[in-house]
Design a protein around this ligand. Structure first.
Ligand code: FMN
Length: 402
C-alpha cells in the first residue's frame, strides 16, 4: 500500500537476531526491503533468513563479482527511498561519522542520498564513551535520525542504555522518515479491549476480549502516519509506538472518550468488546454473603448500555466508521444484520467459535462486509496482518469517496 523501498543495513551487534522481526514489520506496511550485512552482521543473523523474508538477495561483499554484477553498490544506494541501520554498532557509527567506505555497508551509506534512520545497540559503556557520543553529535548535525537505544537489561549482562528499540518502533520511525504516508494528517480513533462494568467494590462484569486486534489496528494506523488515539479497556498490552492511549473501564467511559475525539477523527474503528448491559446499580461496598438470607441467591438487575457504534455511525458525516462483530454461529448472516442495524461503513466479522482465531489469540480470520452487500473473507492471519488488510480496505473506501 505504502510501497516504498527500504535498504536495511545490518551491522554486527548481538541485537541482529531481532532483524527478522524488523523486516516483517516493514514488509507488513507494504515496503520492499533489501538487506546489506556487514561481515560481523553475518555472524549474528543468517543471510538466508533475510533473503527468505525479503524475497531479495542479501548483499554482503563489495568485491563479489556475482553480487556486484546483479545489483551494483551505487545502484543499491540509489534504489533506496530510505536507509535504516539496525542494529548500528559503535564501529559502524564511527565509520559513518568519519566518512569511511571500507566495506559494502559503509560505502553504500556514503553513496546514498536517501534519508537515514539509525537504531544503535551496544554495551552501555560503549554507548556512553565520549568517542561514540561525539560521533552521534556529528551524525545528528548532519540530519541523521536516531531511534533508541532504550535503557534496560543488556545482553552483555550490564544494565543501562544500549538496547535496540523494538522492531515495531523502528518500523514506525521509518514510516515517519518517509514522510508522505497514506494517513498522514488523519486522526484515527481506535477502541480496543473489553469493558469492565462494576457490580460492587470488588466484582465486575467483563468479557474475554484481549485488545490484541485493536492494538494491532492502532499500530498499523501509526505506521501509515496517522495521529492515533487508542481508547483502551483494561489491558496489559504495551502501547504501540506513536500511539496516544486513553485508558477507560466502563462502557459509559468508553463512550465519553470516543465522543471526545469524534469531532477531529477521520476514521473511527470500534474494535472494543463493549458490554451491552451493565448492573443497574453498582454497590460501593462489597456485597457480602452474610448480609443475605441463608440460601438466598443474588439477582442482578442489568440495564442496557448506549450503542456507541450505532450512535457514531448515525452522526459520521464524512468520517469512515468501522465496526466489529464477534459471532459464534451463522457468522455471515448475523454480521449482515448487524451491519444494517449499525449503519457503519465497514463491518469486520469474526467467528469466535473457532479455537484458532478471535478472542485472546494472536491470529484472526475475519470477513469484511460493506453496505453494498459485498463481503471478502480473509484467511487466518496474524492480527497485525489482519490490521494491514483492514486499513487497505479503509483507504480504498476513502479514495472512492473522494
Ligand atoms: C558476541 C558479540 C556481541 C557483540 N555485540 C555488539 C553490540 O551489541 N554492539 C556493538 O556495537 N558491537 C558489538 N560487538 C562488537 C562488533 O561485532 C565489532 O565491533 C565489529 O567490528 C562490528 O563490525 P561492523 O560494525 O562492521 O558490523 C559484539 C561482538 C561480539 C563478539
Amino acid at each position: 500500500m505504502n510501497g516504498r523501498r527500504i535498504l536495511l543495513v545490518v551491522s554486527g551487534g548481538i541485537a541482529a537476531y531481532k532483524v527478522p522481526e524488523i523486516v516483517r514489520a516493514l514488509t507488513r506496511s507494504g515496503h520492499e526491503v533489501r538487506c546489506v550485512l556487514t561481515a560481523a552482521g553475518a555472524e549474528f543473523v543468517s543471510p538466508l533468513v533475510l533473503q527468505s523474508l525479503t524475497g531479495n538477495a542479501v548483499r554482503q561483499s563489495l568485491f563479489d563479482a556475482g553480487e556486484e554484477g546483479a545489483i551494483g553498490h551505487i545502484e543499491l544506494a540509489d534504489w533506496a527511498d530510505a536507509v535504516v541501520v539496525a542494529p548500528a554498532t559503535a564501529n559502524l557509527l564511527a565509520r559513518l561519522a568519519h566518512g569511511l567506505a571500507d566495506d559494502l555497508a559503509s560505502t553504500v551509506l556514503l553513496a546514498t542520498r536517501a534519508p537515514l534512520l539509525v537504531a544503535p545497540a551496544m554495551n552501555v559503556n560503549m554507548w556512553e564513551h565520549p568517542a561514540t557520543q561525539a560521533n552521534l553529535t556529528t551524525l545528528r548535525e548532519r540530519g541523521v535520525r536516531f531511534v533508541g537505544p532504550d535503557a534496560g537489561e543488556l545482553a552483555c549482562g550490564w544494565e543501562g542504555q544500549g538496547r535496540l528499540s523494538p522492531p515495531e518502533e523502528i518500523a514506525a520511525e521509518t514510516g515517519l522518515l518517509l514522510g508522505s504516508l497514506s494517513l498522514a494528517g488523519a486522526c484515527v480513533v481506535v477502541s480496543a479491549g473489553g469493558t469492565r462494568e462494576p457490580i460492587d467494590a470488588v466484582r465486575s462484569l467483563t468479557n474475554r476480549s484481549s485488545g490484541k486486534m485493536g492494538y494491532a489496528l492502532a499500530a498499523e494506523a501509526a505506521l501509515r502516519g496517522a495521529e492515533v488515539r487508542l481508547i483502551s479497556g483494561p489491558s496489559h498490552l504495551p502501547t504501540p509506538a506513536g500511539v496516544e492511549r486513553i485508558d477507560v473501564e466502563t462502557s459509559l467511559e468508553m463512550r465519553d472518550a470516543v465522543l471526545a475525539d469524534f469531532e477531529r477523527a477521520a476514521i473511527v474503528i470500534m474494535a472494543a468488546a463493549v458490554a451491552d448491559f451493565r448492573p443497574a446499580e453498582a454497590s460501593e461496598r462489597k456485597i457480602k454473603k452474610e448480609d443475605l438470607a441463608e440460601d438466598a441467591g443474588l439477582q442482578l438487575q442489568l440495564v442496557r448500555n448506549p450503542d456507541i457504534l450505532a450512535e457514531i455511525s448515525a452522526e459520521r458525516g464524512n468520517r469512515i466508521v468501522v465496526g466489529f462483530a464477534a459471532e459464534s454461529h451463522d457468522v455471515l448472516a448475523a454480521a449482515r444484520r448487524k451491519l444494517k442495524r449499525k449503519g457503519c461503513d465497514l463491518l469486520v466479522a469474526n467467528d469466535i467459535s473457532r479455537a484458532d482465531a478471535g478472542f485472546e489469540t494472536d491470529e484472526n480470520a475475519v470477513i469484511l462486509l460493506t453496505p453494498d452487500g459485498a463481503s471478502e473473507e480473509l484467511p487466518l492471519l496474524p492480527k497485525p496482518e489482519v490490521a494491514a488488510r483492514i486499513f487497505d480496505r479503509i483507504e480504498k473506501l476513502r479514495e472512492d469517496r473522494r
